[in-house]
Design a protein around this ligand. Structure first.
Ligand code: GDP
Ligand code: MG
Length: 432
């Protein structure tokens, strides 16, 4: 499977340009990989049409070969659906676990307790599963091993009452995790019970636990829970096996939620924060897609970060150099600058801003290497005496140093203009 996908991608590289036949071939292989990972058929079809369209229509970004171009699109489309993940903050809160029986709620409850414990927060757990025999003992034992405070009432069938009393009992704890009962299917009484517990507990987070091996039923489950109490995040369990969690993608897309954690084993330590890149490589069954994605994303990520820093405030020589390097990697400066709606915002970009070539960059680097950290961070310090010193140290002429400083001033003003503008630079840069 992975092999055929890679073969198809190799063909793309050889062909050197995007033609429809090859794109179709790659997309077909990606379809197969996704279907095998249990991604919903309808979703796969919609996605692949979209990927085809984009791959044909969009220009191959500079510095990327055709195969990276297609991979990048596949990756972006998947990211659009599953998102970057839900971040559960490290602060006092109540978390309610939901999901069908056997999905991994109780195990995940203990994993989460351990997770918060390790982060220095005091967790407490309430057992509201009055349905499954042995549920009380299972959770109590797990908590005992972790030294985590546990509240439950063995033999009492009143789950809502247990939650109500439990919350009072453990109210001094930081993170309160409520483990609930599931059923074998989405019966009405299960949903009602969840609604009642929800009304009593007012949880900050409602985490739906989905078995990683679950296929098409994932979205049905997610929808049912989401329609009743709402889902704030998904945990996919049992991803340590052969399961790839494709079903969860449909669930996430269906409910507009995102994945918070993945379960990778049976012990309380086997919980990982969700990482979209890793998840996607595993889903597509290509070990080396990670590298490709990284390469294809590298420019974008750096760009986003640097832009962010620049937009935040001070724009130093150091920022400028990093910026120039990134822009240089991304393609002709002029092209990029022209794609930004600078004119519309009343920012005038001087012609010099466009004219930094690789050669100039090299020279600027040499000059900057002879500057002190202090000078790089505060270029205003650089007067004629320092210019002389830098010029001697770098072996460049004082004019080169002055040119660099002049260029820096121009860029700094441009940045000031950008900061005044209201558009979202990050969104803007994602186009590349
Ligand atoms: P619940 O009914 O939703 O509470 O599910 P449980 O937490 O009792 O888990 C059901 C079974 O799945 C148990 O045997 C767990 O040990 C197992 N399990 C849960 N999470 C994982 C996981 O991430 N990896 C593996 N391998 N097994 C898991
Ligand atoms: Mg359970």
């Amino acid at each position: 499977l992975g092999g055929s996908l890679q073969d198809a991608l190799k063909k793309l590289v050889k062909s050197g340009r995007i033609d429809e036949h090859t794109v179709n071939e790659v997309v077909k292989d990606i379809q197969r990989a996704m279907l095998q990972a249990d991604v919903n058929v309808k979703l796969v079809m919609t996605m692949s049409n979209h990927i085809k369209e984009r791959a044909m229509k969009e220009d191959v970004p500079s510095g990327m070969n055709p195969r990276e171009h297609v991979i990048r699109i596949v990756y972006q489309e998947l990211i659009n659906i599953i998102g970057k993940g839900t971040d559960i903050p490290l602060k006092p809160q109540k978390i309610m676990m939901i999901g069908l029986q056997g999905s991994g709620k109780t195990t995940t409850t203990s994993k989460l307790a351990r997770y918060f414990q390790r982060k220095g927060l005091r967790p407490a757990v309430i057992c509201a599963d009055t349905f499954r025999p042995g549920a009380y003992q299972q959770l109590k034992t797990l908590c005992g091993k972790l030294n985590v405070t546990f509240y439950g009432e063995e033999g009492n069938p009143d789950a809502v009452g247990i939650v109500e009393r439990g919350l009072k009992e453990v109210e001094k704890y930081d993170v309160i995790i409520i483990d609930t009962a599931g059923r074998h299917s989405l019966e009405k009484d299960l949903i009602e019970e969840m609604e009642q517990i929800h009304a009593i507990a007012h949880p900050d987070y409602k985490l739906l636990v989905l078995d990683g091996a679950i296929g098409q039923q994932a979205s049905e489950q997610a929808r049912a829970f989401n329609d009743s109490i709402g889902i704030s995040g998904v945990v996919i369990s049992k991803l340590d096996g052969t399961a790839k969690g494709g079903g969860a993608i449909s669930a996430v897309s269906e409910t507009n939620s995102s994945i918070a954690f993945i379960g990778v084993g049976e012990t309380p330590e086997d919980l990982e924060k969700f990482e979209s890149d890793r998840f996607i490589s595993k889903l597509l069954g290509m070990g080396d897609i990670q590298g490709l994605i990284e390469k294809a994303q590298e420019n974008l990520k750096e760009e986003e970060l640097d832009m962010e820093a620049m937009m935040r405030g001070r724009f130093t020589l150091k920022d400028m150099y990093k910026q120039l390097e990134t822009l240089n990697k991304m393609g002709p400066m002029k092209q990029i600058m022209q794609m930004l709606p600078l004119g519309g915002m009343g920012v005038k970009v001087p012609e010099e801003a466009y004219q930094v070539t690789g050669e100039k960059l090299t020279k600027y680097r040499v000059v900057m290497d002879s500057m002190t950290e202090e000078e790089m961070l505060n270029p205003r310090l650089i007067g004629s005496a320092r210019i002389k010193r830098i010029s001697m140290g770098s072996g460049c002429g004082p004019d080169d140093v002055r040119e660099l400083l002049k260029y820096y001033k121009t860029m700094q003003n441009t940045m000031k203009g950008l900061r005044g503008g209201k558009f979202n630079m990050q969104k803007m840069m994602k186009k590349f």
